[in-house]
Design a protein around this ligand. Sequence first.
Ligand code: GLU
Length: 396
Amino acid sequence: MDISKLDNKINPSGTMAISNKARELKKEGKPVIGFGAGEPDFASPDYVVDEVKIAADDPKNHKYSPVAGLESLRKEISRTTFEYSGVDITENHVVVSNGGKQAIVTALMSILDSGDEVIIPAPYWTTYPEAVKLAGGEPVFIKPDKKDNFKISVSDLEKAKNSKTKLLVWCSPSNPTGVVYSKEESEEIYNWVFENDIWILSDELYEHLVYEGKTSPSPGQYDKELKNTIIINGVSKAYAMTGWRVGWLVANSNVIGLAKKIQSQISSNVSNISQIAAETALKNGLDVTEEMKISFNRRRLYAIEKINEINNISVGNPTGAFYLFVDVSHYCNGNYEGINSSIDFCNWLLDKYFIAFVPGEVFGAPGYMRLSYALSDDELSEGLERLNKAVEELNG
Ligand code: GLU
């Protein structure tokens, strides 16, 4: 019996694939070090866990709750969206979803019609093109140069735009490059979006994780009515809460109306317990984030230095998120152990040295690999030592 043609169109998540493979190898007792999926190595804050234990005892939380999310959480999201991102919204502009991922798919389903084109700057987070396709749209990629720090320009956008262009996907600080656009650079892009009257989906999951200079302003600051802007955010990265699966979208009332319809048919409300966890995290502020940032920054600087010491491998100086996007193209040309691509290179590193990186191909950038430095200092130094050894082996 046939299954949907979607099967030939959609790829599985490349980041999840690497973490699954690493997990399997670990189960077999292999000493795997995971630079793969980006998730803080810290436990969720104690006050979150304490509050959740109380919430679990309350029968009210054992029942369905509003599709858009608990009102108290949505109020907290509107407060923090204003405080941190400068976008003045109410709880009615918010739909809480199972992680940023579901918020993205729901937002795209609320905007796109079949055949609408979506501009995605590469390297991109592996989920964006698949989410666009799931929503019936067509991804159109623009590929900025490494020498421009992978940053797109208005002229790149001009070239990609046509009458079918409906939306630009925007992520700064960027997953997977860690690059952060300045205020001026962001404003140029936003002005182009508004002048051309297309949508911008701004993934702001990493807004707090910036180690030098300032984070990028949200497009919502310049689009007070959220005419063109949808913001995606969540608690996963800034509060070490990846497993609780709480993200959200912020948009105007038309988008929210449709997003609620869609979510009411797909998943109803997010687990009440997880929503209470997210609300507690937001209420307690960013102290915990600032503490994690000290560790992330130490690891970032260490990893940049160590990587650039390795033969024919290089990385720039990305100032945000917790990723480095490493140029390994020198080793992907068939001259070393039959390695013909960054997929081959990453597989070889995992199979032989038990170090897991995500190959650039899944982010639309062959010849690179992504490294998450959100792992312990000991693992980071051991893992990079293994990488150095592996490269030495290749160089004979
Ligand atoms: N967003 C993280 C990453 O890029 C988690 C994995 C995922 O959801 O893709 O690694």
